[in-house]
Design a binder for this molecule. Structure first.
Ligand code: NI
Length: 167
């Protein structure tokens, strides 16, 4: 396994739309394993392939406290949504920024697993939010794009300043 570099907002590559995975093979399983390692190391609760500059529809998520519930979603689709919730979100591509975003409170998702077989997942609350956040990444959307332009510009300025200090 290997740690993968994570793209930082506003890197334009974060706006790439990911393609569906054609075949769940060794390469995809290795990508998912590396993404999980990268997510745990960061540490974070979700990571989309887009964030590691691979533009295929692969997501890893683990919202458990003890890293025991790793989920890999390949080619995920939302089948149904219910309710609304608002929570503070962060993103490994937007370090140090936490903002409130409106999401569906429950989602039913269909995806392929690492075995290439389809499965359905009923997610709610934090898990549902995480699934929606990561699926947005696959569409090239970063959560800060739900915010006003003013806030987005402030965030860009803050991250640019931080990049200069750490460079
Ligand atoms: Ni994110």
């Amino acid at each position: 396994m290997a740690l993968l570099p994570i793209l930082r907002y506003p890197d334009p590559r974060l706006h790439t739309k990911a393609k569906p995975v054609a075949r769940v093979d060794h390469r995809i399983r290795k990508l998912a394993a590396d993404m999980a390692e990268t997510m745990y190391e960061a540490p974070g609760i979700g990571l989309a392939a887009t964030q590691v500059n691979v533009h295929e529809q692969v997501i890893v998520i683990d919202v458990s406290e003890d890293k025991s519930k790793l989920l890999t979603l390949i080619n995920p689709e939302i089948l149904a949504r219910e309710g609304e919730c608002e929570g503070e979100e962060g993103c490994l591509s937007v370090p140090g920024v936490y903002e409130t975003v409106k999401r569906s409170q429950k989602v039913r998702v269909r995806a392929l697993g690492l075995d290439g077989q389809p499965f359905e997942l009923d997610a709610e609350d934090l898990l549902a939010v995480c699934v929606q956040h990561e699926m947005d990444h696959l569409q090239g959307k970063v959560f800060v794009e739900y915010l006003s332009m003013l806030k987005q510009n402030r965030i860009k300025a803050k991250l640019a300043k931080k990049a200069r200090i750490t460079a």
